[in-house]
Design a protein around this ligand. Structure first.
Ligand code: ATP
Ligand code: MG
Length: 374
């Protein structure tokens, strides 16, 4: 079956800088260096060995001195299990609360294993079966009847035909009957096309990485038939404040560079403060374990801490002296914490008055919080 080629995107052709390059482009140098240094056995159609894929995700230094930056910061075993799963005939399900890097890990795994992270199905309540199986080009269909030329492959179908990694984002948002179209694909490794009396058989190297979030409301359960086809790997929240500060500063540094913001990372103290506030509110208790506090309705994930700090840096760059200060993060924190104006605002005010106000070295931050309306 002829498949549409994974050709260069329009922006690349035109020589324009894209806003967010795919992982395989952004980290092309690292992937090339890893492939050159990698002498371990590679599963069929894998660009790298499982060891090299794990090194790409977790970071390390190659014998020739090339530094591989860590993409995922967290327990090594989690990545090892995820990579190993992809080399088996079971699919991989990355599960976790929002902002635990499920999408991020999925993209980097696909980039390292198949060299292509773009075979992606975005799950929503309106995802139709065609997005997972195939659809038709109606002009062709009406003019010539069902034929291979009239068939429009889904990303999953292309991944099957080419032995690549397909990604399904937010699997549990997809209606249950549409989810079930994955069952034959994952267990029989085939996709029947009854209209043509044909089937597409998965080539070795094909696998699926799905992500799902176990917190959101309005999600559909995974049927047990489907769940059995997946190995589930749970991505945890960062275990310690230090780990979380590390994640936030690394990502902010990368994002900052791609937004060309000056200032760098002199604001590490401010990052530590954002992370402390988020962790305390999330855990419902202060870091020293002494004071109980109420948790607001928002998730206050690491991902949100990253965006509060990035926005703060932009404020500092454009309207301050380039150094991140309490006033630059206060309004971002307020916005992240107060999702439900009625209950969250009270919780935030209580936190500001009982915790922030009393803490040594937090006077400036207390003043900044008061200014933005706590
Ligand atoms: N442990 C971690 N290591 C590295 N980066 C992390 C980690 N946790 C969060 N991040 C960062 O958080 C950001 C958001 O992650 P991502 O969008 O993948 O979350 P998600 O789990 O898919 O969330 P959602 O459930 O909302 O889709 C990414 O930029 C990622 O770099
Ligand atoms: Mg996601």
């Amino acid at each position: 079956m002829t498949m549409p080629e994974t050709s260069a995107t329009t922006a690349e052709t035109a020589g324009v800088e894209v806003l967010r390059p795919h992982a395989e482009d952004a980290f092309a140098d690292e992937l090339t260096a890893l492939a050159a240094a990698d002498d371990r056995p590679r599963p069929a159609r894998w660009r790298l060995s499982p060891w090299a894929v794990a090194t790409y995700l977790l970071g390390g230094t190659l014998p020739d001195g090339t530094v591989i930056t860590p993409k995922y910061v967290g327990p090594r075993r989690i990545i090892e299990v995820a990579v190993t799963t992809l080399a088996t005939d079971r699919a991989l399900l990355l599960l976790g609360v929002p902002g635990t890097a499920k999408t991020w890990v999925s993209e980097h795994l696909a980039a390292a294993v198949s060299g292509d992270s773009t075979l992606l199905v975005q799950g929503t309540a309106g995802t139709p079966e065609e997005a997972i199986r195939y659809g038709w080009n109606y002009a062709q269909l009406l003019a010539h009847g069902p034929s291979r030329d009239a068939l429009v492959s889904s990303p999953v179908m292309r991944a099957m035909a080419e032995g690549m990694t397909a990604r399904v984002e937010e699997l549990t948002r997809i209606p249950a009957d549409v989810q079930d179209s994955l069952i034959t694909i994952l267990s029989e490794k085939t996709l029947p096309v009854p209209e043509l009396g044909q089937e597409v058989q998965a080539v070795r190297g094909f696998n699926v990485i799905a992500t799902a979030n176990d917190r959101d409301r309005g999600i559909n359960d995974l049927s047990s038939a489907l769940r059995r086809r997946f190995n589930t790997v749970v991505l945890p929240l960062p275990a310690t404040a230090e780990a979380e500060v590390d994640i936030v500063s690394r990502r902010v540094d990368q994002i900052g560079r791609s937004l060309d913001l000056p200032g760098g990372l002199e604001g590490i103290a401010e990052i530590r403060r954002v992370v402390t506030v988020f962790r305390e509110l999330r855990d419902g208790v202060t870091a020293d374990g002494r004071t109980k506090i109420k948790s607001p309705s928002g998730t206050l994930s690491t991902a949100e801490a990253i965006s509060v700090v990035t926005n703060g840096l932009a404020l500092a760059a454009h309207f301050g002296d380039g150094v991140l200060r309490p006033g630059d993060v206060a309004s971002g924190i307020l916005g992240a914490v107060v999702r439900d104006p009625a209950t969250d605002r009270v919780i935030w005010q209580e936190y500001v008055e009982t915790v922030v106000r009393e803490r040594d070295g937090w006077k400036d931050f207390y003043r900044a919080c008061r200014e933005v309306g706590a």
